[in-house]
Design a protein around this ligand. Structure first.
Ligand code: FAD
Length: 288
């Protein structure tokens, strides 16, 4: 079922992002997580796609496995850096033939071993090119990634917004943000986007901080600011993993409560294939 249609009919809701597990054990565990999260009637669940297509088969398998086990609408992430039109066409055709009708269209980052790859020589240069290509199938709901603090390679917030506008105009139906830990970045981005004529739904990407060091590294790579107050709170409980999870949940609950109070109706959770933190967060929220 197309997510753009669901977003028009549901008044609020949540979505969950998974990565494709590497092992049979990981796959079983993901299905258990999915079972636990089903109680929240997610708008959709999505599965990431490794940089440069490195998880191509696993992403597909995970998508089909979830589809077989559940009625939750599903979305596959798809990156185009280093990919050919033929390979993208093949995967889209397979999805289409199997009723997978939602794609998160991404450029992706250069994977390890591909650092010398010259993007300008690829068949797809930016996510915008992929959006245009997917559009030609006349079948998929297309989502794109957006960056409240600007994408790490963008020269300025203004340039980033212009490129975002271009990929939205190419045919995106909705957008999901990069993680952020200070809601002001999100509110400011949404305001700038609306002023620039970007009128598609923008879902905030929520990353519960359950492992501070790991998230800090990731946040620094993708230019997501962790406010000093949050850093300080984690510094005080360093070396206590259980307290860290509790604090991470507390911070995410506050963040989501503030978003809901400010009229946000849909929340997208980066789950890291775990359900505990997300269920604890959702137990404290009232999204009708
Ligand atoms: P683009 O929109 O193409 O932007 C890339 C850069 O190019 C930006 O700096 C942009 O401003 C600039 N740009 C865009 N168009 C132009 C233009 N016409 N001229 C000049 N510059 C331009 N990565 C994965 O590998 N797998 C995943 O599954 C995955 N899932 C993600 C999910 C979400 C919600 C988010 C926010 C990110 C995800 N990523 C994933 C990371 C993403 O691939 C990286 O952030 C990547 O660096 C950019 O991808 P993009 O689609 O935003 O690229």
């Amino acid at each position: 079922m197309r997510i753009d249609e669901i977003l028009k009919t549901r008044s609020s809701g949540v979505s969950f992002e998974f990565f494709p597990p590497k092992t049979a054990e990981g796959r079983e565990s993901l299905l258990r997580v999915l079972n636990q999260l089903e109680q929240y009637s997610p708008i959709y669940v999505s599965v990431t796609y490794g940089a440069g297509g490195t998880t191509r088969e696993r992403t597909k398998e995970t998508i089909f496995q979830i589809k077989e086990r559940s009625d939750i609408p599903i979305m596959s992430h798809l990156t185009c850096i280093g990919a050919t039109r033929d390979s993208i066409s093949n995967i889209l055709t397979e999805y289409m033939n199997n009723g997978v009708d939602n794609i998160l269209a991404l450029r992706g980052d250069k994977p390890q071993g591909m650092e010398d790859f010259d993007i300008s020589k690829g068949e797809f240069r930016y996510a915008e090119d992929l959006v245009k290509f997917i559009k030609t199938f006349n079948y998929f709901c297309i989502a794109v990634a957006v960056y409240p603090e600007g994408h790490q390679e963008s020269p300025s917030l203004e340039a980033d917004l212009e490129y975002t506008k271009m990929k939205v105009d190419a045919g995106a139906d909705f957008a999901i943000t990069q993680m952020f830990f200070d809601n002001r970045f999100f509110y400011d981005f949404v305001e700038r986007a609306q002023k620039r004529g970007i009128n598609i739904p923008i879902l905030p990407g929520i990353m519960p901080i359950t492992d501070f060091e790991k998230i800090r590294k990731f946040a620094s790579f993708c230019k997501a600011t962790i406010p000093v107050e949050i850093e300080d709170k984690f510094a005080r409980i360093s070396g206590k993993p259980e307290d860290m999870v509790k604090l991470g949940v507390e911070i995410a609950v506050k963040q989501c409560e503030d978003l809901i109070e400010n009229g946000v109706r849909f929340l997208h959770f980066y789950t890291l294939n775990k359900s505990d933190a997300v269920t604890d967060i959702l137990a404290s929220l009232s999204l009708d």
